[in-house]
Write a protein that binds this ligand. Structure first.
Ligand code: ADP
Ligand code: MG
Length: 456
């Protein structure tokens, strides 16, 4: 059986016309001899009645001062995709094809119990295979799974985090040993920049898993980075295609798989949509600096916070976190007391922002009450809100001499203030004020993609 996983995003299932176009793609694949497994997102974007954001806002609006439980929030959010599966399966029926709608749990998708950001641990694929063997089109709810309950209660519904339907598709592709995973969306592939900012950005015919994971991590939400990583791990060809056209789209494959094709030196320009909060930790020139940094990184990893623009100096550590995680990060850090040294020699306490918060003052009073028996050092954390990260993704270039200079000069000449820079094997990044983002993307795209100025 040649299994083909086909994922349709929110806009692709938003209206009867769109759903019919999506369904036609699936039916064509079936007529061509593939066994299609369809993954769907919730219907529509923010504002649409069953869109994920609408469901979240509905629950929050009951009383904005009381945050819903993560478990109940997942149950709520999962409804959007469930509705979508039923609507799609019935659409197939009206077109003369037998289809079955499955929730993540019914499709055998088992996750850990990290509500809101669960990871797929395992997929029991017998149910999907059974339906496929009966010749049915299987429609699976994206973005969700179930966590096995150790106490033997019924399993809980979990969700995989924003963009998680892409991951569902990749994970199913791996579990079912699919011939390919196709991600259908409202653009015709992976582009050299966000088409909302650069309308004539080029569509890349081929891109490596690593590059697509990097552009996704650096903010291009066309594909979830985890989806690229899962596909890479199992070496499954991944396509990004448009639901509404028959264009070839973008093939995501291994660098070897792209042999014979010239992968471009510059993949594109990305930006983080939404604001970033930049933090500078004034740790001081103390011998325990690496230990403190390690503990901070562990804390952020445990809270599953993505970090950008890590940088170090003699006495500081800096990184940026997404604005929507800032409340959580602030709660974790402000007034945090950390023992340092082995065995612990002293305590450090973190003070976030200019004004000492209540949490900080309470902790500080407690420490002061200990008197002189223990050494306490304060670490001030500067906070820079309302900025964002713009990156040039260029695996073959990022470390070439002169490229960083050209990157900075391009921004400087456009009158854009660069607050911080960072580089990696695959990219050059900078921190700019939120208000400069579009301009920064435009000038970088023009110089590095359109003009290919680095070749001169
Ligand atoms: P879906 O609901 O189908 O998952 P998404 O909104 O998650 O769709 O992703 C598709 C969107 O990603 C496009 O509409 C486009 O605005 C945006 N996007 C941002 N950067 C890029 C890029 N480099 N290439 C293509 N699309 C991009
Ligand atoms: Mg998406």
């Amino acid at each position: 059986m040649k299994i083909l996983v086909m994922k349709f995003g929110g806009t692709s299932v938003a209206s009867p016309e769109h759903r019919e176009m999506a369904a036609r793609k699936v039916i064509r694949a079936k007529e061509d001899g593939f066994a299609p497994v369809v993954v769907v997102s919730a219907i529509g974007r923010r504002g649409a009645p069953y869109a994920t954001d609408t469901l979240i806002e509905f629950l929050r609006s009951i009383d904005p001062s009381v945050p819903p439980n993560a478990r109940e929030m997942d149950l709520m959010m999962a409804c959007g995709e469930i509705i979508s599966t039923v609507v799609m399966a019935h659409t197939f029926k009206t077109m003369g094809y037998e289809a079955v709608a499955l929730t993540g749990g019914q499709a055998g998708i088992i996750t850990d119990n990290e509500y809101g950001n669960a990871r797929v641990l395992q997929i029991h694929s017998h149910s999907i295979r059974h339906h496929l063997s009966l010749g049915k089109i299987v429609v699976v709810a994206g973005f969700q799974g179930v966590a096995e309950d150790k106490r033997g209660f019924h399993p809980d519904i979990t969700t995989l985090g924003r963009g998680g339907s892409d991951t569902t598709a990749s994970a199913l592709g791996a579990a079912l040993n699919a011939v390919a995973v196709e991600i259908y969306t409202d653009v015709n592939g992976v582009k050299t920049a966000d088409p909302d900012i650069i309308p004539d950005a080029k569509t890349l015919p081929v891109i490596s898993y690593e590059e697509v994971a990097e552009i996704a991590h650096q903010g291009a939400k066309v594909l979830h980075p985890r989806a690229a990583e899962v596909a890479m791990l199992h070496n499954i060809p991944l396509w990004v295609k448009c639901t509404y056209t028959d264009e070839p789209g973008t093939l995501v494959t291994s660098a070897e798989g792209a042999e014979g094709v010239d992968l471009p030196e510059v993949t594109g320009v990305t930006h983080i949509t939404g604001k970033i909060v930049y933090l500078v930790f004034h740790i001081g020139e103390v011998p325990e600096k690496p230990e403190i940094e390690l503990q901070l990184y562990r804390l952020m990893a445990k809270a599953d916070v993505n970090l950008y623009l890590n940088s170090y100096s003699q006495d500081t550590l800096s990184f940026a976190v997404p604005r929507d995680r800032w409340a959580l990060v602030q709660k974790l850090l402000d007034g945090l007391v950390m023992p340092v040294g082995t065995p612990p020699q002293r305590l450090v306490i973190f003070r976030v922002g200019d004004k000492p918060s209540q949490e900080y003052q309470m902790q500080k009073q407690m420490l002061d009450a200990l008197g002189n028996t223990i050494l306490v050092q304060e670490i001030a954390v500067d906070v820079l809100e309302n900025c964002t990260v713009v990156s040039l993704i260029a695996a073959k270039l990022s470390r070439r001499p002169g490229v960083m200079a050209m990157f900075l000069r391009t921004l400087y000449e456009a009158g854009i203030q660069v607050l911080q820079t960072a580089d990696s094997e695959m990219s050059l990044s900078c921190l700019v004020n939120e208000s400069d983002v579009e301009k920064a993307v435009r000038v970088l795209h023009e110089r590095f993609v359109t003009d290919r100025a680095y070749t001169r």
